[in-house]
Design a protein around this ligand. Sequence first.
Ligand code: HEC
Length: 173
Amino acid sequence: MKLRLITSLACAVVALPALAADVTYRKEVAPMLQKYCAECHSEKAGAPSMADFNLDQEKFKKEKVGPRSDTYEHLLQLVNGKSTGAFMRRLDDGTSPYAGGKQGNMYKYLCEQESKDGKADKDAPVTNPECAANLAVLKAWVGEGGWNLNRMAARGDVPALTKEQMDKVKVKY
Ligand code: HEC
């Protein structure tokens, strides 16, 4: 009896969707970024490292490429490295503190886009649930309390990231 209970509990756990602690770069994040972001953020696309991107942002914007996020090391620059918070600012759905209710400009890439050509409001917020579901996975990967839009240094009304906030970032490989 006891054994059966344990067995069914174990099955229930297995059946749950990816638990926060289970999300890894290798299993979930890399394939997602490959699918949705590589076109403009990979070595193959001619994307620069974060350091090179910062040397001449205007040039790369014209070429329509952003900093590389196609390896764990490159990606971490945007998550908890020198450009910490860039990942969160660009991908936020507008609900985080300091987002000002606006979706980050890369949020829309987290799902297949219906063509907005000819639509009255090309800047209307994205409502596709696929974008929301993918954001939830990325937030789980970053970790509870680790998804903060703050930078290393204060800017305007936005205070600098705190040590406590930084310590919450998990980003398991
Ligand atoms: C069609 C091309 C394109 C796609 C697809 C795209 N991006 Fe970008 N991304 C850019 C360009 C160009 C920039 C630089 C211009 C800017 O800052 O908006 C950029 C900038 C960024 C930045 C800010 C870098 C910084 O520090 O200034 C982040 C973070 C980012 N993208 C993440 C992503 C993620 C994650 C995805 C996939 C979900 C994605 N992008 C998909 C073109 C793209």
